[in-house]
Design a protein around this ligand. Structure first.
Ligand code: SAM
Length: 374
């Protein structure tokens, strides 16, 4: 019994300390600890403090916290301070120039999601996002008033979307055989990161990225060096403007931003633009039907990497991960929408003439669903 109590207390400590772990990660990332230790592995705390222009006492504390979280490794030395270097997890995901860098997304979590979550109680009471309380500004239009209010905020949001899309893009693009489609339109395709993964995976496919003018204006910042000319960009508002014609429409992390009424407006526009046989690919995190997780794909993917297995083991509860349910809480605090189950998406789509639904759990952060216009 004392073993159970100990396990339960450990679990409670993990839950109560989760926010400290997140903030330690965000802070080390913002202060460029992982970049510094990538270019100069083996520095001690005094040297890192000098590089990041911070106190030695504070830097020592932060570095040791990162070691305990598996983000850094330390090498003890006799009569000298320990030396630090990045762990495999940090090398893969935390340095800013890593191909799968999560830095953009982490900064978004630190600067935008963290302040919103400090008003979670109000979000729960009111059932709405918390921009006004967190940032002193009312947001009638989520994107125009909140994400894109200032240039640097917009760029930070785009970097966050870009880093996630680069990690998930290949898994989403290869989830289904798309060889029968020649043209695709990625609605809300942001920087084009997902579109480039689609053209890479499907040599016969051209993709039009459709997004708001302020976003498309900046897509040059994110253009890959070997950019495929089968990707093009068109500006517009998907609630108001005519949609580009395509055989396949892609909605990646779009529907979860909006309540059912706006989802219906958008789906009805897509349906009008489709002829029978056209496809609609929706990529989101799907809540389990019992609405508690797990996100199977993510679980398996992370379990495959050693560092990830440790992280997952920490957040698993009876073999379930709260990832999807926490993302839904995130959507409450941040957007007008929510995460939904596969059957909720299938229902929404069926009201607009889409059927033959197939779902793939991609082993990554996002799952994928394809439906065909009947
Ligand atoms: N699809 C991308 C991905 O998966 O990384 C980006 C997803 S992001 C959550 C939502 C995107 O929808 C943003 O790029 C945003 O600019 C775009 N968006 C929001 N409202 C829009 C509108 N009314 N018309 C066109 N695009 C819009």
């Amino acid at each position: 019994d004392s073993v159970h109590i100990r396990e339960d207390l450990l679990r409670m400590t993990e839950l109560m300390d989760g926010f400290k772990a997140s903030k330690a990660l965000f802070t080390a990332s913002k202060m460029r600890v992982f970049d510094v230790l990538h270019s100069r592995p083996g520095l001690d705390a005094t040297q890192v403090a000098h590089e990041i222009k911070a106190s030695v006492k504070g830097t020592e504390c932060l570095l040791e916290a990162c070691v305990s979280l598996g983000l850094l490794e330390s090498k003890e030395r006799k009569y000298q301070k320990p030396m630090y270097e990045n762990s495999d997890l940090a090398r893969r995901f935390l340095r800013s120039d890593a191909p799968l860098s999560l830095q953009g997304y982490i900064q978004h979590c630190n600067e935008l999601v963290w302040p919103l979550f400090s008003h979670l109680e109000s979000a729960v009471r009111e059932g709405t996002n918390q921009y006004e309380k967190a940032f002193g500004r009312k947001s009638d239009d989520l994107f125009q008033d909140a994400y894109y209010s200032r240039h640097e905020v917009k760029l930070r949001f785009m970097k966050a979307m870009h880093s996630m899309a680069k990690i998930t893009g290949k898994a989403v693009a290869t989830a289904f055989d798309l060889s029968s489609f020649k043209t695709a339109c990625d609605l809300g395709g942001c920087t084009g990161a997902m579109a480039y993964e689609f053209t890479k995976a499907h040599p016969g496919l051209s993709v039009t990225v459709f997004d708001l003018p302020g976003v498309v204006d900046m897509c040059g910042h994110f253009r890959p060096r070997d950019a495929d000319n089968r990707v093009s960009f068109v500006t517009g508002d998907f609630f108001k403007d005519e949609l580009p014609k395509a055989d396949l429409y892609i909605l990646a992390r779009i529907l979860h931003d909006w309540p059912d009424e706006k989802v219906h407006t958008l789906l009805s526009k897509i349906s009008d633009a489709c002829t029978p046989g056209c496809g609609l690919l929706v990529s989101e995190i799907f809540l389990d039907e019992d609405r508690r997780g797990p996100c199977r794909g993510l679980l398996q993917a992370l379990s495959m990497s050693q560092g990830g297995a440790v992280l997952v083991a920490e957040i698993m509860l009876d073999g379930r991960t709260p990832y999807a349910a926490l993302q839904s809480l995130n959507m409450l605090a941040q957007t007008e929408g929510m995460e939904r189950t596969e059957s909720q998406y299938t229902n929404l789509l069926s009201k607009h003439g889409f059927g033959h639904v197939r779902v793939v759990h991609t082993m990554n952060f996002l799952d994928a669903l394809i439906a065909i216009k009947i």
